[in-house]
Design a binder for this molecule. Structure first.
Ligand SMILES: [Zn+2]
Length: 118
């Protein structure tokens, strides 16, 4: 495999992990930097251990892969809103405890009026 293809694949994998993380209310840029840094570090470590190009490429892929698993297994904004009262674009409905959008004036679960809530 040409090195440039490995780099492009790594970049795409990192991008997917970044998008998934940001959709789950995580800092996308932080994940992106962690993947780039982690991948770079793995390439250096594997190369120093004499792993060769394929080993280095595989090692680099572990970073975005781990980030993707972490992003998928972590709680969504809606789950965090229920746990903490509010998170990201969501808040917990005080009447039915379901997550609703922060701008909502009416709960979509129990139809309660939320316009006077703080
Ligand atoms: Zn409700």
């Amino acid at each position: 495999m040409e090195p440039i293809f490995g780099f492009i694949l790594f970049f795409v994998a990192t991008l997917i992990a970044t998008i998934v993380a940001s959709k789950r209310g995580r800092s996308g840029w932080l994940v992106f930097l962690a993947c780039a840094g982690g991948g770079f570090l793995m390439v250096i470590l594997v190369s120093r251990a004499g792993g060769g190009g394929a080993g280095a490429a595989f090692g680099a892929f572990l970073a975005p892969l781990a980030a993707l698993v972490w992003a998928l297994s972590s709680s969504t904004s809606q789950q965090l809103a229920v746990e903490n009262g509010e998170h990201g674009d969501f808040k917990k409905c005080p009447f039915c405890a379901e997550p609703v959008r922060r701008e909502a004036v009416k709960c979509r679960h129990c139809q309660s009026d939320l316009s006077h809530q703080p």
